[in-house]
Design a protein around this ligand. Sequence first.
Ligand SMILES: *Cc1c(COP(=O)(O)O)cnc(C)c1O
Length: 373
Amino acid sequence: MTSGPAFRRLLNPGPVALSDRVREAQLGPDLCHREVEFRDLFTEVRSGLLGVYPQAAGYQAIVLTGSGTAAVEAMVSSLVPRTGRALVVANGIYGERIASMLMASGRAHKVVRSRWTEPLPLAAVERALDRDPGLTHALAVHHETTTGRLNDIGALAERCRARGVVLLLDVVSSFGGEAIGFADWEMAACAGTANKCLHGVPGLSFVLVRSEILTAGATGATSLYLDLYRHAEAQAGGYPLFTPAVQATYALREALAELAEAGGWTARRAHYRELSGALRGGLQAQGVELLLDDEAASGATLTAFVLPGSLAFEEVAAGLKEKGFIIYPGQQSLREQIFRVAIMGALERADVDEFLEAFADVAGALAASRRDE
Ligand SMILES: *Cc1c(COP(=O)(O)O)cnc(C)c1O
């Protein structure tokens, strides 16, 4: 990757470090989004998104301008009908955010939770579905970025299928970097973003929706701007509904081409795994522990580490920033307890090795200054 005077390596879970190629793609010619040139670019990006997972053939990609949250909210507030009743299955911040969206859009819903360090509460899901046959939809997060856990969506999908419950997923931090069961999970839709595992720039997000749902055309959306049915109708004609992030569209086209050339999502996951493995092993060798003891459950794209007892996040992060690395704190109850390091974006093994050295220096200096006090 490139370096420069103000260059920092982003190890936060999006926005990610850009390749030169993606960064430069933003400098394409000015375009009006109502001209055929934009239609062609937009169409290429929409089909490129579907092409990331060849099993997604029965889906359509609806591209929105906005961050990942916009896509999740468009999905939630358009596809859960006003007369529906949703079950949120949550083990982290992003699961809770889905519940807040249902609340904001006035949808009847129920939340089953497990502790953030635990897997999805599948037994509670079964109980809820048994007790409340009126539940029509289930919503969950695939990769829960709060902890780096890759949730067992296959097991949740099985329970939904058995009871005819429609499944909607947040795949914002897994799309492009993990396996997504388009053929097996039978979800009605999933929402993702351009600037996590796809390595695009912030500004675009998307919902992949099963085509038959869109042609059913029943719009019960409680938002005009985020009405997926309206967007789908406009995009079926090749154009976006409102002014899109044109430069981010150029960048996403380039990022999708780069992903395909590098061997697609499986190659990207293998690369992330190699880097995450080196990162985990290297920090463990320095005495830092993983938050999730069930290591098999953690995804390739982000790792939560327990902050060593004597260190505060702010001082570790500040020391690393001086050396050019950005890490990420824990959220809410995990704020004082952990730090997170994401492997997403244009990163190479050398970045991880240099990060490990930087971490050893920073932690060592902080420990020495404690001894001197
Ligand atoms: C990053 C993220 C989001 C959306 O975040 P934005 O800041 O809106 O892009 C949603 N869900 C998950 C799981 C995420 O990691």
